[in-house]
Design a protein around this ligand. Structure first.
Ligand SMILES: Cc1cc2nc3c(=O)[nH]c(=O)nc-3n(C[C@H](O)[C@H](O)[C@H](O)COP(=O)(O)OP(=O)(O)OC[C@H]3O[C@@H](n4cnc5c(N)ncnc54)[C@H](O)[C@@H]3O)c2cc1C
Ligand code: SF4
Length: 327
């Protein structure tokens, strides 16, 4: 680990000013950034602790939107009564992640920005375009069982590891940020970037911008929703494939649908093609299977991860079956 200056910010403006210098990073729960610093993957020279900022509330706005402060812990969000009752997909996604101890430390803002678990990204003896732009991608012709099949490029095939983000993609969350030039709001779909030719640039967040909150817009039918995660062991493991599903079924037909996939995409993967198949269709297994085929139609397999395509389809069908059967 490189030496760094540690600053404990007292308010948003203070934090943003301290993070404006080159090579500065915020620290919230520290569950990802500290590992990355220990391994010399991230080498900030100034670390700005934001834990004293007043960003730890979950509020319901007058229009019903739920505003989640960036410092709300993953466990507090998962067990919040409004979330667990009305947005079970988000609660279940959070509780499927990491371990209880990690969820008690991990913040919502940090979860949005957690970095990939591609093993070559963490091993500095291997080339990796995401860690060192232009050095090459060791996964494309290497061991790529856990890598992505959707949204890949010839520069990077790393999966986005978050569970929470998959549910937020399905719910159409909005991310609020504050920087030296003021505040702005970013629709969830525009926040994470595909790797393309620049896999080291992962989001549209600018250097020094602070995530202040995430909004979950009102979605009354989200009470019927589910997050299903398939992984190599039952807990403390990242997804091989996961599905976040919200369905509004009336009179045997699907009126509204939200679908997002995890473990298979280079970003949290909202599947508007699957939603299109589902919307207006009969609520039955044939529809679910057609939607799953559509969701994975653009998938590109690599040497060791072709199994993920069928696994993701089955995961989505299972999640749709669960939600479609809720009375
Ligand atoms: C062993 C292990 C297993 C895990 N398993 C899972 C899993 O199964 N599923 C899953 O989804 N996750 C998993 N995680 C990841 C975990 O959820 C993340 O590490 C955590 O959410 C990051 O939050 P944090 O507050 O600790 O972020 P930090 O480590 O403090 O920060 C992460 C990044 O976010 C930036 N940041 C933090 N807050 C802000 C803000 N408000 N504004 C701007 N930038 C900010 C930091 O600068 C840093 O770049 C696992 C982690 C570990 C260590
Ligand atoms: S897939 Fe991405 S993160 Fe993994 S080695 Fe290739 S460039 Fe690096």
């Amino acid at each position: 680990m490189e030496p760094f200056k540690f600053i404990r910010a007292q308010d948003n403006n203070n934090a943003i000013a301290a993070a404006a210098v080159a090579d500065a990073k915020f620290i919230a729960g520290g569950t990802n950034i500290i590992d990355l610093m220990k391994l010399n993957i991230e080498k900030p020279h100034q670390v700005v602790d934001i834990n004293a900022l007043k960003l730890d509330k979950i509020e319901t706005l007058s229009n019903g939107t739920i505003r989640i402060g960036a410092l709300v812990k993953n466990s507090d969000l998962a067990y919040h009564p409004n979330i667990s009752k009305n947005y079970p997909v988000l609660s279940e996604a959070l509780l499927s992640g990491a371990s209880a101890q990690l969820r008690n430390m991990a913040s919502v803002g940090g979860n949005l920005l957690q970095r990939t678990r591609c093993p070559y990204f963490y091993d500095t003896s291997y080339p990796c375009n995401k860690r060192e732009p232009g050095s090459g991608c060791s996964a494309i012709n290497g061991y790529n069982r856990n890598n992505a099949v959707l949204g890949t490029s010839d520069k990077c095939i790393a999966t986005h590891p978050s569970d929470m983000c998959v549910a937020m993609a399905a719910l159409g969350a909005i991310i609020h940020v504050q920087g030296a030039k003021g505040m702005r709001s970013i629709p969830f779909a525009d926040f994470h970037l595909l790797p393309g030719k620049t896999p080291s640039i992962e989001t549209t967040l600018k250097h020094g911008e602070l995530i202040t909150a995430v909004d979950i817009p009102v979605m009354s039918f989200a009470v019927k929703s589910h997050y299903l995660k398939v992984r190599d062991r039952a807990s403390y493991e990242f997804a091989l494939a996961s599905a976040a599903v919200v369905l509004d079924v009336q009179g045997g037909r699907i009126q509204h649908a939200r679908v997002a996939l995890g473990g298979v995409g280079t970003k949290p993967w909202r599947s508007t093609v699957a939603e299109k198949v589902l919307t207006g269709a009969l609520n039955n297994e044939q529809t679910y299977r057609t939607a799953a085929e559509a969701a994975l139609s653009a998938a590109k397999p690599y040497t060791h991860n072709a199994f993920k395509i069928e696994l993701a389809k089955r995961t989505l069908v299972r999640a749709l079956t669960t939600v479609g059967g809720m009375s």
